[in-house]
Write a protein that binds this ligand. Sequence first.
Ligand code: TYM
Length: 339
Amino acid sequence: MSVTNEAEKKKVIFSAIQPSGTITLGNYLGALRNWTALQDDYQCIFALADLHTITVRQEPTKFRHNALEAYALLLACGINVEKSLFFIQSHVHTHAELAWILNCYTQFGELSRMTQFKDKSTKHADNINVGLFTYPSLMAADILLYQADLIPVGADQKQHLELARDIAERFNRIYSPTFVVPQPYISKTGARVMSLQDPTKKMSKSDENANSCVAVLDKPEDIMRKFKRAITDSDGLIAYGEEKDGINNLMGIYACVTGKTNEQIETEFSGKGYGDFKTAVADAVIAHLQPIQEKFSHYMTDKAYLEKCYIESAEKALSISNRTLRKVMKKIGFIPKTY
Ligand code: TYM
């Protein structure tokens, strides 16, 4: 992507995803799909948030492999490095530096209220590390370094984004306007894809029940099996409604991958049973993911290309983010670096 005056006039989008193993249908429908759709109209900056991933212990070889796979998969989902930047967070040192600074402008009480911290510290009770606690200040640094206007994410990241806004406003108030205060961009459909086994919980890669979560790289037969086993209700009606979390979730997924409205789906399946509907949802998801899976296999055969993409993006990201970091450090009163 060339950072021309023309491009600088466009609003800036920033978002990131953790390379912690499986990329799920939830990640894809809640976030990635929107990232790729916004590339023509915005200056888009995307990152693989690997610094966030080490808040949970990783096996080194697997971690490296997961990161490369995630990079290839996101290109396959449609990130276009001719238009957007797409880099690996740990390759751009300004993120860790601004995160430290922002830690000093974030209150202990604010971080204690983060529901994701509470959930994750219950799940990883043997490793409640400080990184897990201060994770939202790193996320704020990711966003604020690029003066991002809009942040496309799923609904589960809303609280972190609100904190990023509070941190930005606080810093701007103490010194002078420094950061753009970012807005969340949460789409109406797909913002919260639920577990297929417990539709009151979000679909998550860390779920112990393998049937609860569809991965973008799952084989067609696995996708079919998971949807066929999806938990629904007993009234047998394919219609959006209260106490119908399972059907609502399947309808949401079907709407995202086919572009149909709830009314159209209700008409299409009127008089049909849950079995037919589940098979149709699985077929539509399989068809939607097939070209992505093919492109992914292709990118994985060309590691040199992947490397070229992430290095070029990291160089540009460093140059943009350094401008913000220097401004921040000057305002705080650090002696400017002249070398
Ligand atoms: P992560 O890696 O958990 O998820 C990446 C994106 O996928 C969305 N998502 C979902 N959307 C709908 N339904 C679901 N079941 C579902 N599960 C996940 C998430 O909302 C997210 O948009 N902390 C972030 C990564 C990050 C980031 C950032 C995001 C680091 N720095 C700066 C935005 C801006 C995370 O762990 O996302």
